[in-house]
Every structure is written in structure tokens, then in C-alpha cells.
Design a protein around this ligand. Structure first.
Ligand code: ZN
Length: 324
């Protein structure tokens, strides 16, 4: 799992915030209880003194140590009984004065040993979805909301089937991809004209893969190249593009709409090649077809895209016109 630094930091901040809130709540309960029954404060002080004395008693010699510890234990039990009696009598809930952490598994640290605890994982998943909001803007980006009726049931000789049948197949490919996703899964290349549902299906995939706990980063091609350019010309730290290299699934939207320069070509090659070498999965969508890709990106880029990615062609009429 490689959440981006920004996602991880925000999730950690939220966990720290929850810890602070929980502790503040405990302190306010404690102050209220002490105000209501001042004897509780004395008991708590005594209990703290007893535990310090018990720790000291461990260093005493022979029988004296055991005797002292036994005495302290009895005193402690008596005070705990009294404390409980006062709480009952004041009708305070049993857990009213518990100083429990937000998560009892990790104690609110977010980690169990070196493993991330589920509580921090969940916050990362939420923060990641927030970062994916441009792609998940309608909230409807789920496979079950993908409507095949928008695709014509007419025969396209070029593909030897109808657009609807092809899109049914694409939908199955995307569902399977999202459902079975593991870092290193084969990359996808969505190719087809605007308005055929490429971004919608990218959103469906992003949502499910992120829900399953993988890190997903979404960017438009032009933003991606702008970020690399900023690093190249020292306007940004190299750290700012690390997310594109480290995430489990990188989604690049609208490849081919950017202005092609030496820099965009070399950045694109670097991203595609490095991610393939690192066995990281990428989903690219483009309005270009195979011939356009070859013409525009030539050689190594086109051969990697066309050779190593699973091609998913989109065919039909512009859905956005139909919805209007
Ligand atoms: Zn936890």
C-alpha cells in the first residue's frame, strides 16, 4: 500500500484530532465529576500514589516487598470500591471516566507494530476519495449506474458487432479489473471519442479500487505534464510528483489534449516506463486511436502503450448530447 504523502498526512492529522477530542472529552468529564463529588479527586490522587509506591516496593528486599505490595493492593481495592460506589450513587455511567483511546487496537497511534491499523486505513480511504473528487463528482460513478441503453444497437462493420455489445464487453472488463485489482495488474488504455463514458468508467474503477484499500491518483494529462514541468524548472519539489510514481493505480485522463513538446514526450515516457518497470498499474484514457497514438508519440511510448496495455475501445454516439 502506498498512499500519497498528502493523503497519509491528512489521515494522520484526522486521527490526531480524534485523539485530542477524545482526551478533551475525558478531561471535561473528569472535571465535572470532581466538581460533583470532590472525594473522587482525593481517591484518584491516592490511587496514583499507591501505584507509584507499588513500583518502588518491587525494589525492596525479601518478604518486605511482598508484604508492602499486598497492603497497597488491599488499599487500592478498597479505594476502587469506594470510587465505584460514588459513581453509582452520582448516577454516572460506568464508562463516564474511562480514558480509552479512539481505537483500542492500536491505542490511537494508527499502527500495530509496523502495520497500519484499520482505523488509520479507513481514514486514508476517506481522504483518498476526497482527493479523487474531480473524478467522483456526481457520486453516481458505480458500475450499476452505467447505462448501456445510451449505446446504439446498430452494427459497426469496423468492429464486427454493435456498439452496445462492445460496451457490454468493456463494462465486464472494467468490472473485473476493479474487482480483482492488485498492484501490478495489467494497465488499461481507454480509447474513443469524447462523451462515450471513458471518464465515467474511470470513476467507477477509481471508487472501487480505492474502496478496496489501494492508493489511486487521478490527474488530467495536462495537469500531470504541468506538474513535471514545474519540477523540471525548479518551481516545485520533486516530492510533488512522487505520488504519480508511487500510487497503486494512476489514472491519466485526456491524454492527447495537451500541447506536445519535448518535455511532455519525455515526461510521458518516464511515467509510462517507470511504472511498467516498477510493476505499477496505470489507466490512461485518450481520444486518440492506435494510429493517432503512433503518429503523435512514436517509437517507444506508442509501442509500450499498444503493446503492454490492454486496449479498450469506446464506440457510439456522444452520450452527453443524448442526456441533454
Ligand atoms: Zn487503530
Amino acid at each position: 500500500m502506498a498512499y500519497t504523502k498528502a493523503v497519509l498526512n491528512r489521515a494522520r492529522e484526522r486521527l490526531a484530532d480524534e485523539n485530542r477530542k477524545k482526551h478533551a472529552e475525558y478531561e471535561s468529564h473528569l472535571a465535572a465529576a470532581y466538581a460533583l463529588r470532590p472525594r473522587l479527586r482525593e481517591i484518584d490522587r491516592s490511587l496514583r500514589r499507591i501505584s507509584a509506591q507499588a513500583a518502588m516496593a518491587c525494589f525492596m528486599t525479601g518478604g518486605e516487598s511482598a508484604r508492602t505490595i499486598e497492603q497497597l493492593k488491599q488499599e487500592s481495592l478498597r479505594l476502587q470500591d469506594e470510587r465505584q460506589w460514588i459513581l453509582d450513587e452520582a448516577e454516572l455511567a460506568d464508562d463516564y471516566l474511562d480514558d480509552t483511546p479512539v481505537c483500542t487496537v492500536c491505542g490511537g497511534t494508527g499502527y500495530v507494530g509496523t502495520e497500519m491499523c484499520e482505523c488509520l486505513h479507513e481514514l486514508c480511504r476517506q481522504e483518498q476519495k476526497r482527493a479523487l473528487s474531480p473524478l467522483l463528482s456526481t457520486g453516481r460513478e458505480r458500475f450499476e449506474n452505467f447505462n448501456l441503453d445510451y449505446y446504439p444497437d446498430r452494427y459497426y462493420p469496423a468492429i464486427g458487432t454493435t456498439a452496445r455489445a462492445l460496451m457490454q464487453k468493456n463494462l465486464n472488463v472494467c468490472r473485473r479489473f476493479a474487482h480483482d485489482f492488485k498492484p501490478g495488474a495489467k494497465s488499461l488504455l481507454f480509447s474513443g471519442a469524447t462523451g462515450l463514458g471513458k471518464t465515467f468508467l474511470s470513476g467507477c474503477i477509481a471508487r472501487q479500487v480505492a474502496d478496496n484499500g489501494h492508493s489511486v491518483v487521478y490527474t488530467s494529462a495536462s495537469q500531470l505534464f504541468a506538474d513535471y514541468e514545474a519540477v523540471r524548472f525548479d518551481r516545485a519539489e520533486p516530492e510533488s510528483v512522487r505520488k504519480y510514481e508511487l500510487c497503486d493505480l494512476l489514472i491519466i485522463d485526456d491524454l492527447g489534449t495537451e500541447m506536445t513538446t519535448q518535455l511532455t514526450i519525455s515526461s510521458l515516457y518516464e511515467i509510462i516506463n517507470n511504472r511498467l518497470l516498477a510493476q505499477k498499474t496505470t489507466l490512461i484514457s485518450t481520444n486518440l486511436d492506435a494510429a493517432d497514438l503512433e503518429a503523435r508519440y512514436k517509437g517507444q511510448i506508442a509501442s509500450r502503450l499498444l503493446g503492454c496495455y490492454q486496449l479498450v475501445y469506446f464506440i457510439g454516439d456522444d452520450i452527453r448530447q443524448k442526456i441533454k
